[in-house]
Design a protein around this ligand. Structure first.
Ligand code: SAM
Ligand code: SF4
Length: 361
């Protein structure tokens, strides 16, 4: 292996140019990068994978992101919102399956009814089995008061992807208006952190107009923001969205997955103790994609618990993986798939970010 590359790999505080060298790695260099990231993960976090039972609460969204099938401008989706009982049934199932945590995700809504129902649901989930379930929320941009209300109800982790840390690219994939403000998204991450959440962010990889510089800057952004969790996944073009017309200008699905794996691996070297999600989108572009993301340095998986009849309506992007899986099948399938790559699931635990818990001590 060449000495320059090896020297970079042994570091941690990478600059932009070093990150670009690592992200450009292919062939044996890429393999070496991924192997090194796995070694580092095992050293800091062992071979555990944490689960969050994903509950896709609803697909009504006030926003109009140019890449997402749930955008308000898409008239071709049947909109739904789960009932309280349906959400609590999912949470009880997560507890029975030993997942340890649930993640409640939905389109962005800011109406008082939505805010009150989420607070109520979080409180009810925390009553299951004496508060044994951890609760992650991924419900978009909200006011500081709303974030605090949900935190006080018992939620302790929040995922809000920045989508791209480049303001210029952000406005190419979002409408340029007050409702889709880049500054506001960054501010929300800061509010989440000071409210006390384990705060997660992330980006899509392989977006139209995205360059290696953008991706390197994304990794530096995560480090600068000192987040506790990151989710990185390939962008998947959705036919009923404005960004679809640029689909011929993006890398192939295999290239988008490879770049996602390298982003995960480089970030694992830069931030060894954070939690990193192996996004479902990885599995959509490659049947082994989720395991590949785990092998490259990720340590969290979000098996879908949404009731079957709603899954196809949570149509963020086409051909979503596991849409037809049953939760109990999903659990045994995951055990086997992860054992095959030398990992094991830590059941009945919240699986908090070590980066966060160490700071809190
Ligand atoms: N509405 C909340 C938000 O935007 O933060 C949470 C739900 S949103 C559907 C969750 C994530 O889906 C987004 O952060 C985005 O990165 C991802 N997503 C949306 N459209 C996508 C696409 N076409 N390909 C890959 N990921 C996509
Ligand atoms: Fe709505 Fe989130 Fe999709 Fe944007 S990414 S349209 S906020 S669900």
């Amino acid at each position: 292996m060449d000495r320059d590359f090896e020297e970079i790999l042994l570091g941690q505080d990478f600059g932009r140019e070093e990150i670009k060298v690592l992200l450009a790695a292919d062939g044996p260099r890429m393999k070496r990068l991924l192997d090194r990231a796995r070694e580092v993960k095992f050293r800091y976090l062992d071979n555990y994978v944490h689960l969050r039972g994903l509950i896709e609460y609803g697909n009504v969204c006030e926003k109009n992101c140019l890449y997402c099938g749930l955008r308000s401008g898409n008239g071709r989706v049947a909109r739904y919102c789960l009932s309280d009982e349906e959400v609590l049934d999912c949470a009880r199932l997560a507890q029975e399956l030993g997942y340890g945590s649930v993640a409640l995700q939905s389109g962005e809504r800011s109406d008082p009814e939505f805010i009150a129902r989420i607070a109520h649901l979080v409180r009810e989930i925390k009553k299951i089995d004496g508060g044994s379930l951890g609760v992650t929320l991924s419900l978009g941009e909200q006011s500081e008061e709303t974030y605090r209300r949900w935190f006080e109800a018992g939620a302790h982790r929040y995922l809000l992807r920045i989508e791209s840390s480049s303001e210029e690219l952000y406005y190419k994939i979002h409408p340029r208006n007050a409702m889709h403000s880049f500054q506001r998204r960054v501010e929300c991450l800061e509010i989440l952190k000071r409210t006390g959440y384990q705060t997660g962010t992330g980006v899509m990889v392989g977006l139209p107009f995205q360059t290696l510089d953008h991706l390197a800057d994304d990794l530096l952004f995560f480090k600068r923001m000192d987040v506790a969790m990151v989710g990185i996944g390939p962008y998947i073009p959705h036919p009923d969205t404005p960004l679809y017309r640029f689909r011929d200008q993006i890398p192939s699905a295999a290239e988008r997955l490879d770049m996602t794996l390298k982003m995960i691996a480089v970030l694992r070297l830069m931030m060894p103790e954070i939690n990193m999600v192996a996004a479902t989108a990885n599995q959509t572009v490659d049947p082994q994609g989720r395991e590949k993301a785990i092998a490259a340095g990720a340590n969290v998986i979000m098996p879908n618990l949404t009731p079957g009849e709603y899954r196809e309506s949570y149509f963020i992007y086409p051909d979503k993986a596991c849409v037809k899986d049953q939760p109990d099948q999903c659990r045994s399938c995951l055990d086997i798939r992860l054992a095959a790559i030398g990992h094991r699931i830590l059941y009945n635990a919240w699986g908090d970010s070590l980066a966060f818990t160490k700071k809190a001590r």
